[in-house]
Structures are given as structure tokens and as C-alpha cells.
Design a binder for this molecule. Sequence first.
Ligand code: ADP
Ligand code: GLC
Length: 484
Amino acid sequence: MALNVLSVASEAVPLVKTGGLADVVGALPAAVAPYGVAMTTLVPGYPSVMAAIGKARTIHRYDNLLGQPARLVAAKLGEHPLIVLDAPNFFARDGGPYAGPDGKDWADNWRRFAALGRAAADLAGGLVKARRFDLVHAHDWQAAMALAYLRFAPVKDSKPVPSVMTIHNMAFQGYFGREVFKELGLPRSAWKFDGVEYHGGVGMLKAGMEAASVITTVSPTYAQEIRDAEFGMGLEGLVVSRGDRVRGIVNGIDPAEWDPANDRHLSANYTSRTLGKRVANKRALEADFGLEPGDGPLFIVVSRLTWQKGMDVLLEVLDHLVGIGGRLALLGSGDAAMESEFRAAATRHPGKIGVRIGYDEALSHRMQGGGDAILVPSRFEPCGLTQLYGLAYGCVPVVARTGGLADTVIDANLAAREAGTATGIQFSGLDYPTLAAAVSRTVALYHQPDQWKAVQRNGMKADFTWKNSGKVYAELYHELTGPR
Ligand code: ADP
Ligand code: GLC
């Protein structure tokens, strides 16, 4: 019999997405299915989710879940089971999953995501008779309270279940004032330094990390990095103390969504043997962004515009990039000041820099399919998915050597080129000289067409689908549930 795993998260493709978390949560059920795991996903019922699932069956009604009425409804995430927490007072709001239309975080986020955690713990405790779970897998702070409830306030007489806490980004920890503690419905015993208490307040990610059977993060290098203060962001001590209970499992990409041979968004589909066809996509992209054709590479960026992503340093390097014959098409949104600086750069370099502020899934595919190189100059990057899409699409990644970027891209130094293993450009330490030098190296390599093509092909042949990591997650679930 398959192992029943409940995966809990605040986003999942194709229902709701603000970043890579959604890609991963959406792909995981299919990734682990071949290895004897039946995964059910639990997500909040935001308007986009309720609209997508249509009329769905109610499997439980709450009169009072963290102060509000709610129900659990059963639906499908692709081929796989989905449970939606429909709590209109928490989730039926205009704006994003975490913030209102004004960009400010919802003031009751602690209550909204505690409710998600409570529902998950109830399901794992047998709340709905027909649905039994052997393990709970929580993603990021928004799901982490599930593990605190399982530990300190499980369903009465329920059998304990093992758990996995995956950290997709240590920068987001779900930290709230101590006054929220009494509203969470946890016993006083949970208020301790190795419970939910954190620096005098409530630390939701921390509480999940304390309670989890195993903590994972989304690349081996990031799993090492978060042992230090720079990347651990206050939780490094806890990471170190959990020893070999912390593992790094690199994300994969979903070939049903990301495959240049079958991508419905592209003007021309292609494989590593028909790279020449990419030129049609490139011309379409130039037209889309109002760029003049040129001899140098067309760089792309698809990113949140934030400090984490190194977008401030990229802004400094743009004049150099254009000066040596590069062009740039950028799609992103985020920090308002950065958005206007990128717009200003486009005005300064007409025909050379094109900027689209916003979120556009289809355009992001067309950019990977037509751009020559994707820039990912992150200060830290737990895994990163856009460089993986770049590899699969022959859009050569130019990345900072950190986290998952370090684990997934092989720098085109002389040795790697001779060995035929190079897949991109890496640089160490993010500042103007290193990023400018990496851009220069990219332009130089691009002007050696045979070398460039070899790097593109190597990247396209590298296998970053879920085959490997799906198996690793499944093995972890089996290890934690033991012989049955
Ligand atoms: P993070 O989750 O930290 O933002 P990732 O690289 O893991 O970084 O994932 C980002 C995901 O969001 C990718 O699927 C990327 O293509 C997508 N994305 C980011 N910004 C945009 C945007 N403006 N429009 C469309 N897709 C975007
Ligand atoms: C986070 C990280 C990113 C990672 C994604 C999915 O958003 O910032 O590096 O790829 O989660 O795990």
C-alpha cells in the first residue's frame, strides 16, 4: 500500500503562485508517486483557488477554526488529491496570498496560517475518517504551525505521525509578537525556547523546525550555508543543533510545464539538436521588448526585484552590459524603487534594454526560449528555479556561486570546457567588479559560437527533472515511517 503523505503549503501551481515554492509544491505529488507515495496537498482557499476548483465536495465543517467558520473541501491538483481550506474571512480577499493590494502584509497573517496548520494537524490526526495520513510535510513558515500543533496539541488519542519541515527560504520566518500566543490554542507548555517561543515572540518557522522529524532545504549547499549566521538569519544555532536531521534536496523542474520541445508558449519548439530554431523565439522576444537586433547576446532576467536577487548590483552593471554589446530583456516586480530604476535604465538605453514590470507566466517561458543568457546574481538562493529553466532551454545561466546556483551550474572555465561539462558562468561574491566581469566573460564566450553552443547543449542534456529528487523525498518518507 502506498504511503499517504499530507503536503501543506501556502502556494501550489497551477492554483496560486508568487515564486518557486508554488512550482515545487505543484510538482511534488507526481515526483514522488512512482516511489510508493500518495501525496495529498492542502492549500488555503484564496479566490483564485476557489475559482479553479469550482463546485467541490465538503469533507469537514468547522464552526470555529482560530475564531472563524471554515470548511475543508476535496478537489484535485492535476491528477492528485487536493484539500482546500475554505475560510472566507481569512482567505477570500483581494490582493496576494500574503499582502493586500497596498503591498502591506495582512495584519492577521499569524492567524490565517495558524488556521492552515491547525487544519493540517487535524487531518493528520484522523479528523476525516476516509483520509488517513502517515506523514506530514510542511513547506515554509506558513505551513510550519502544522508541526507545532501535532507536537503540542494533537487530536485526542491520535497516533503520532512523523513530519518533514522544508525551508524554501530562511529569510521568511513568520515571527510575531508574544501577544498572539494565547490565541493559537496551544498549551502553555509550548511556550519554551525549544517550542514556539523565539526572542520573546512566536517564531512559526522555528516552531516547525523544532518539531520536525527531519528538516530539509532545497539544495545541499544551502543546507550547509544556513549553519552560519549570514545565511541562517538567527536560526543557524538551531540548524546546527539538529545535526544530521537537516538535509539538502535540490529542486527539480516539471517537464510537463518546462520543455522547449513541447512548450506551447514558444513561437518555435526545439531540442539540443535543433538549436538553430531558437532564432525565431529571439526575434519575437526582441519585438516584444522593443529591442534592436544586435551581434551581442540577449540577456534576460525573470525575477522578484529584491535585494536577495542582487537586482541593485545588476542596476549598476547595466551601462557596462550595453557598452560591450549586450542587450537585456527584464521581467519582474517587487521593490518599487528598483522597478522605477529599471524603467529609467530602459529609457536611457532605448533599443538595448527592455523592461516589463509585472508578473507574466507565458512571457517568462518565451524569454527562456529566446534569450541567450539568463542573469541570476543572487546574494543568497536556497535553490533557484530560473537557472534550471535556463539550462533546459539553452538560455545559458550566469549565476552567483551560492546555494542551489552553486549546485546546479558548472562554470565554463577552461578545464570544464575541455572536459565538455560546462553549463554556464559562475562568479563568487556579488559586487560591481565581479558581476561586470561575469557579463564580460559571457559576451566573450558568446562570440565563440562553437564553444557557446557546446555550453548550451551541455545544459540541455543535464537532467534537472524531478526523477532524482522525487526518489530522495520518497526515500525520506519511507525512512521516517519505518517498516509497515
Ligand atoms: P523565488 O521563489 O525566490 O522567487 P525561484 O527561482 O525559485 O525564486 O522561482 C521563481 C519562480 O517565479 C520561477 O518559476 C520564475 O519563472 C517565476 N517568476 C519570477 N518572477 C516572475 C515574473 N515577473 N513573471 C513570471 N514569472 C516569474
Ligand atoms: C524560495 C527560494 C528559491 C527556491 C524556491 C523553491 O522561494 O528563494 O531559491 O527555488 O523557494 O524551493
